[in-house]
Design a binder for this molecule. Sequence first.
Ligand SMILES: [Zn+2]
Length: 468
Amino acid sequence: MFILRCGTLFVAAGLFLLGLSLRSPHLTERTGELTVFHGEDGPAGQPFTGRQYVFTTQEADGFTSYDLHFPEGYRTRLPSGTQVSLRGTVVERDKGRSLLRVEDLVVEAGAPNPSAQARRGVEEILVLRVDFANITSSLTEADIQGAVFNNAGLGSLNGYYRLVSQGALTFEGPVEGVFTLTATADTSNCWTDTMAWAKEADALARAAGIEVDAYRWVMYIMPEISTTICPRGTSTEGGPVLRTWIFNENATTTLPHTLWHEVGHNLGLRHARNLDCGFEAIGPGVFPTQQCNWVGVENEYGGYDGMNAFSTTGLVGMNAPHKAELGFLDEADQITVTEGGTYLLVPLYDPGPGLKMINISFGDDSNRTYHISRRLARGIDVNLPPEMTLGPVVNYTAENYSEVGPGGMVYWDTWTWLVNAGGPTPGGMQPAIAEGATFEDPYRRISVTFDGFSQNKMMQVTIGFGGQ
Ligand SMILES: [Zn+2]
């Protein structure tokens, strides 16, 4: 049942450094290029639960991966391609899992734009079929062509993004291989050696005459290594080359989802979480998780949306703030309000113009925003359950939000939560606000009332500020 049902997203970072060897433990200073990875957690017990920063050094004899540990956290979101100089202490642990404790990191040159990599038009992806020396994939070329490009609707990466972007973004490209690595894979290196595998696969493809370096986007379709310990996919964000690794052989079921989930990370999206504050719709804390309880294992993937929707609800579209983050929601179709008023919402994936997202910025903190939108179980959202569609839903975003992860590491990032706005009671999410009901945030004195439907079936929503 779990696919890439990973508990939380981790962010891994990579540094490519030339010609240096490591001894440990010792203080080291290096300069190199940062690569930001998104990985997926496996089930409990796998060795890299939680978000982590990892970096990979290019040594004379190949690549070695390290956990990159920022004792005080690292607040700036640096994308792949950033040149940095770094000082820290290398602590050897198990093979392939050494740790580099960063004492100082300086951005050497202007960092690439860390915002989401919004794209429009036709994106070319080079798809490489890659086997390990010890494991081969059961997927056929037709399976891969279908899941990446050709299957209709939610059945392929291309179909999904065509729907999410309403035709603005599509994918095409060649499927090449199979290329067989000299590298072997098992549960000890499935979280650490992905970049080394990519480099070897690139070299094999080049040797076969494929112009790998002409592509800004390279996808590696690889065998499942372990369904219980290893990731189903991982990906990089930003920089000159976007890379996606897929370790999923379920061609007709979960592979398409793994594909568009990982490409969502390529594009800069994080997971969409949910937020259930028990008897309250929202808690008093500045950061929601300081006050609210998560909903079991659904926390990281509980947003019922395209970055998350797994087996519980079927595959559906992205939530409103993610759709906007990727540039797939026109400015004319959203509004930011700072005072009370009444508005008419059309469905988020309605093909025509209309108000699709209301942004409510908190007066006391501009980094935190409510997003009100309306979902309809039609088209890309056909699999949404009634609790998402019977009224407007509320997504919450917090920028520069910090969390403490494994080993006491501090992470800073931007996250979205689906608020339990329609059912502030324990025992399950009721995200949509029922007709005639009001979602209230008494701590920030904001209210959202679903007044009812207009004559032309638009949802009438009244926003209140200051307790009015
Ligand atoms: Zn993910």
